[in-house]
Write a protein that binds this ligand. Structure first.
Ligand SMILES: [Zn+2]
Length: 361
């Protein structure tokens, strides 16, 4: 399978917008007017960006409790993650928010009515896009706030992050072995055959998951769409949920079935769930499925400087470089330095850290 590069480079999307409060999010200054109003146009902007999956935060020089209480009374407090309300420099606030979200400064934006505050942020963080308050109502019309595709996960991205913060806090305070913590999450991993509406999530995963993409190959939407219609290919999407909430789509598997061998062409999982062992659970499941069908498995693998953990998952499952007669059944010679790892599968037990729901292949 040849990798097809993305056609043209889209505008770099804003993944998190940080709002000033006084005279930006709301009209007026809270310390002078405890009932500062939130304009309909700004409320619409905040709601619409949330539905598009753009995260939003706050950097405000204000009394923390007063300002947070005002956001709650306005009914919008839940729409903001990791608010920074205090008296420190705003560049430090924006930097902390980006670090906690694991976003590059170029994925951050900042909106403030004060030119001096925008200049302070721009000086320390030149990649952060800064907007004056009067542009607030028009942000949703700008390309950098308009993702190419709206997916199931973009509509709940903020809630997924909020669940993640609660999960991380509990993990940090959990005193037992990590294995016990994973079991306490009551996780359910669901593998399902992809449908057309899933494809944009799948493409997003193969683009975003360089750390956990076994081949580093980007499968564009159009190619996956063709493969969905091909009975020899299985395109599966993995979603994970636990008692804190959904993680959304966390993995994609692409397998081509030949008679004596299944060819695992793509396995990518989100770096958000590396610590939950999702990659290993998927490999284990596929090995078990192949064993039931009496077929060999060949997995494409290309080492990069970021996907070592995926190699470990394959090696741990028993994949080796051994040559086998089944290789001759594969359609094309490997390209671009991709290794073909081989396994003669035996049946595997179900995972003990999560419940797995999956179709029989
Ligand atoms: Zn073989």
């Amino acid at each position: 399978m040849n990798a097809t590069p993305a056609a043209d480079t889209p505008v770099v999307q804003v993944k998190c917008l940080v709002w000033d409060l006084d005279n930006t999010l709301w009209r007026g200054t809270l310390l002078e007017d405890p009932d500062t109003p939130l304009g309909d146009d700004v409320r619409r902007t905040v709601t619409e960006l949330d539905e598009r999956g753009v995260l939003q935060s706050v950097a405000s020089k204000n009394d923390h409790d007063l300002a947070w209480d005002r956001l709650r009374r306005l009914g919008v407090a839940d729409l903001f993650v990791l608010p920074e309300i205090g008296w420190g420099p705003k560049s430090a606030s924006v930097r902390r928010i980006a670090e906690r979200l694991n976003f590059a400064p170029g994925a951050m934006a900042f909106i403030d009515d004060q030119p001096a505050e925008r200049a302070e942020v721009a000086f320390h963080l030149p990649d952060v896009r800064c907007y004056p308050a009067e542009l607030a109502a028009g942000l949703t019309a700008r390309p950098e706030f308009t993702p190419a595709a709206r997916t199931v996960d973009s509509g709940r991205r903020r809630r997924m992050y909020q669940a993640g913060f609660r999960r991380d806090a509990e993990r940090a305070s959990f005193t037992g072995p990590d294995h016990d913590f994973l079991r306490s999450l009551e996780s359910v991993l669901t593998l399902a055959r992809a449908t057309a509406p899933d494809l944009s999530r799948v493409e997003e995963l193969t683009l975003r998951t360089s750390q956990m993409n076994a081949t580093g190959v980007h499968y564009p939407d159009s190619l996956l769409r063709t493969l969905l219609a091909d009975p020899a290919h299985e395109v599966l999407v993995a979603t994970l949920t636990d008692r804190f909430g959904p993680h959304g789509a966390v993995g994609v598997v692409l397998v081509e079935r030949h008679r004596p061998v299944w060819h695992l062409k793509l396995l990518a999982t989100s770096c958000r769930v590396v610590s939950f062992g999702v990659g290993a659970v998927i490999v284990n499941w596929l090995v078990d499925q192949a064993a039931r069908c009496g077929t060999h498995l060949v997995a494409d693998f290309r080492p990069t400087d970021r996907n070592r953990i995926m190699e470990i998952a394959y090696r741990f499952a028993g994949f080796t470089e051994e040559s086998c007669v089944c290789h001759t059944a594969l359609a094309l010679a490997p390209v671009d330095g991709i290794q073909r790892l081989h396994l003669h599968p035996a049946s595997r037990p179900a995972p003990d850290t999560m419940r797995l729901t999956a179709p029989d292949l």
